[in-house]
Design a binder for this molecule. Structure first.
Ligand code: ADE
Length: 258
């Protein structure tokens, strides 16, 4: 059982995970639990205020260290009382280490994950120094708060838990799990807007289909994300398939025929 605790001013946002789709089913089946902690419950004042103006001036408000520290510690002690030996505590922010599939798989190895979702202009830096193991970013853009980032992390970890996806293969056949993009998918009808489904997919020849799919996946990665391809060591079969794809693609460019 994976244990996720999220410190957030908007606990209801997390319902998007527990009420829909694969993550809902996984939670209902006991693959993970998700507990939200509202720092306002730790504010220690009647107004339940958790933010204040930034020292040095500037726009907006900053989340105060103490309510957050108390909420994070409460989350960690809950995990400890459930038998989690060590809970990794992360703060979601654009200043963090960028998330990719390898990082997801690393986070998935820990039994307990405590996530702090900030709002406003951010949180007091001393809270980060004292309570946070690592800052994590889900991309080079700015969100209005860390909640969506926490949900992205939970979703991407949950689908890597063995047994969560119906098909034992689908978690490993996915895009990025092998470091390359997905092959294209087709379903009925066989012809749509004058475009036919590639013939090989109707052939029933599984070896040929697998070969075609791998070739498409490699070819797409080469065209769209050459940065991913550079990180990979292709085996002989993969290199040959990519060569074939490149040759086909060069022909298409010359003749204009796909
Ligand atoms: N909070 C705001 N923007 C974020 C981002 N890009 N990643 C993680 N947390 C964030």
């Amino acid at each position: 059982m994976k244990r996720f605790d999220v410190v957030t001013l908007f606990p209801e946002m997390l319902n998007a995970l527990t009420e829909y789709g694969i993550t809902r089913r996984a939670r209902d089946s006991g693959f993970f639990e998700l507990v939200a902690w509202n720092p306002r419950d730790f504010s220690g004042n009647a107004y339940r205020s958790v933010d204040d103006r930034p020292y040095g001036g500037g726009p907006g408000m900053v989340m105060m260290a103490d309510p957050l520290a108390k909420a994070v510690r409460a989350a960690r002690s809950r995990q400890k009382s459930c038998g989690v030996a060590r809970s990794r505590t992360v703060y979601l922010s654009p200043q963090g280490k960028p998330l990719d599939q390898a990082f997801v798989d690393e986070l998935a190895r820990d039994e307990g994950l405590v996530m702090l979702a900030g709002r406003y202009e951010g949180v007091d830096e001393r809270l980060i120094e004292l309570e946070i193991d690592e800052e994590v970013s889900i991309g080079d853009y700015v969100l209005s708060g860390g909640e969506l980032a926490a949900m992205v992390i939970i979703d991407s970890i949950v689908r890597r838990i063995p047994g969560v996806l119906n098909d034992a293969c689908s978690a490993t056949q996915e895009s990025f799990v092998d470091g390359i993009l997905d092959y294209p998918q087709y379903t009925r009808p066989e012809v749509y807007a004058d475009r036919a489904v590639p013939q090989v997919l109707l052939s029933g020849n599984h070896a040929e289909i697998q070969r075609w799919r791998l070739k498409q996946a490699l070819g797409r990665t080469w065209r769209r994300r050459p940065d991913l391809l550079e990180k990979l060591k292709l085996d002989a079969e993969q290199a040959e398939l990519l060569e074939e794809y490149r040759a086909d693609y060069g022909e298409t460019e010359k003749t204009g025929v796909k």
